[in-house]
Design a protein around this ligand. Structure first.
Ligand code: GBH
Length: 492
């Protein structure tokens, strides 16, 4: 009896180690979905009353700054393929679809005195179509396509924009809030402030360490106002939640030296804490290390005041706690080493942060220069959030990989399997993860990389008039995952 029992135990253990691995299953209410963004898929840039966005203007005026000189004028033509896109979502069996609304499609001049009825109709139809198939719409209000008319006033560097964003948010709550219950105010403020106002994404301000901070400041104010507006005037009857999607690549110390460990934490505070600390920490406001470093370096550069603006105490209180959950975009990991401490006269985010960023050559590559496959970084990023911000509910709003065009995308399946296993491990560590969203449903316009990078579960044929969509192997894998909520053991 005794020995029979231990034999059984050994057999089971052996099976777990050598044979069929134990099934990895996510909780019953865990949500699986896919994401897209308006400018990257819709096309129809000047159709039915839509106004011009900064990405329309930028790609038209500076085609040379886009890798393949392309634009989102047609993109994946999703404006005309609404039913086809929903068909794909139904085929995938996802619980939610994260898409973004184009501000200038709703308000052509950016301001709420003139509402474009066709814009309302388009998103209304999309939302109804999703709900008819029991797919939860989760909606991003701003995924980088600012109305050009507002950029002409300085865009995100002008404090008035917080009021205009609030007006826009009110229009969205009024028209869609009866059916949309999950809102993200912004997608990746780090990206559009750092790369848009501090670099060469639209509007291409290239003013690192200066305009980028003004942008961040006004985005945080706009976010805080919007969250409070919903709490005061909508939450009671609409009963939804409002959050923000932040991007957080894991930042690992390059060595175990104390200097590199300190540098890695400084980098996390600059790249993630910049937006996470004001909203999710119990103290609120900018991370102390950012305040200290930028104040000090500004002084040494002879600025009469810090290049990092200051919140009023009312603003700190408004922004602190202004999110019902954390949206997390995570793709990759970097190594951080101590910088040389040199300070140059011109403002720069990198000088302010003062670290050296690299990736290990041996980490598997993708088709994007910035993205290597490092699944363990995902587990660390999630644990960092749990530890720093008191374990907020996290909704993974983006995770994905670009590969050479092929429908036998074995490596995409491998990427997902390894990142999902790392996420599962983080959940076993106690991280409160509620959902996972793959980027992206379909191939799309990859900003300055044009159509040269493909992240889709579905291939898009840009040479066909209807931008024909074809499922990849990864679509099949994802549909098994979404339907069973367990990691599939077979890959096709
Ligand atoms: C996401 O950002 C975006 O939200 C999404 O729109 C996009 O399609 C997706 O990435 C895939 O690219 O070129 O070296 O200057 C992910 C975070 C931040 C990664 C900006 C690329 C530019 C690096 N991104 N970063 S570089």
């Amino acid at each position: 009896m005794e020995s029979k029992h231990s034999l059984l135990v050994i057999l089971v253990l052996w099976l777990e180690v050598e044979g069929a691995p134990p099934k990895v299953c996510f909780p019953q209410h865990f949500m699986f979905g896919v994401a897209t963004a308006a400018y990257q898929i819709e096309g129809a840039w000047n159709v039915s009353g839509k106004g011009e966005s900064i990405w329309d203007r930028y790609t038209h005026r500076h085609p040379e700054r886009i890798f393949d000189h392309s634009s989102g004028d047609v993109a994946a033509d999703s404006y005309h393929q609404l039913r086809e896109d929903v068909r794909l979502l139904v085929e995938l069996g996802v619980q939610h679809y994260r898409f973004s609304i184009s501000w200038p499609r709703i308000l052509p001049m950016g301001l709420s005195n003139d509402i474009n009825e066709d814009g309302i109709r388009y998103y209304s139809e999309l939302i109804d179509e999703l709900r008819a198939h029991r797919i939860e719409p989760t909606v991003t209000m701003y995924h980088w396509d600012l109305p050009q008319s507002l950029q002409d006033l300085g865009g995100w560097t002008n404090p008035i924009i917080a009021d205009y964003f609030l007006d826009y948010a009110r229009v969205l709550f009024d028209h869609f809030g009866d059916r949309v219950k999950v809102w993200f105010t912004f997608n990746e403020p780090l990206s559009f402030c750092h790369d848009g106002y501090g670099g060469l994404d639209a509007p291409g301000a290239n003013s690192s360490g200066f305009e980028a901070y003004l942008c961040g400041h006004n985005v945080l104010r706009a976010h805080g106002y919007t969250y409070r507006l919903y709490q005061q005037s909508y939450r009671h009857h609409q009963q939804g939640v409002v959050g923000i999607a932040l991007d957080f690549a894991w930042l690992e110390p390059a060595t175990t030296s104390e200097g590199d460990q300190r540098a890695a934490e400084t980098a996390r505070q600059f790249r993630f804490g910049w937006f996470a600390h004001p909203i999710f920490s119990s103290e609120g406001d900018y991370p102390p290390i950012m305040r200290v470093r930028i104040d000090e370096i500004s002084k040494r550069q002879h600025f009469p005041r810090s290049r990092l603006p200051t919140f009023t105490p009312e603003e700190v209180a408004l922004i602190r706690g202004s999110s019902d959950f954390m949206g997390l975009n995570h793709y990759t990991t970097y190594l951080i080493a101590q910088g040389d401490g040199k300070i140059y006269p011109q403002p720069s985010f990198n000088t302010d942060m003062g670290v050296v960023t690299t990736q290990k050559q041996e980490w598997p590559k993708s088709n994007s220069t910035w993205l290597r496959v490092v699944p363990w970084g995902f587990r660390r990023a999630l644990n960092y959030i749990k530890q720093k911000y008191n374990n907020p509910p996290v909704f993974v709003t983006e995770n994905g990989i670009s590969l050479e065009r092929s429908n036998r995308d074995v490596r995409r399946v491998g990427y997902m399997a390894s990142y999902l296993s790392a996420m599962y491990a983080a959940m076993s560590d106690g991280c409160d993860v509620r959902g996972y969203t793959y980027w992206s449903l379909i191939d799309n316009f990859e900003w300055r990389r044009g159509f040269s990078e493909r992240f889709g579960l579905y291939d898009v044929d840009y040479s066909s008039a209807s931008r024909k969509r074809t499922p990849r192997m990864s679509a099949n894998y994802f549909s098994k995952l979404a339907r069973t909520r367990c990691l599939p053991d077979s890959w096709n």
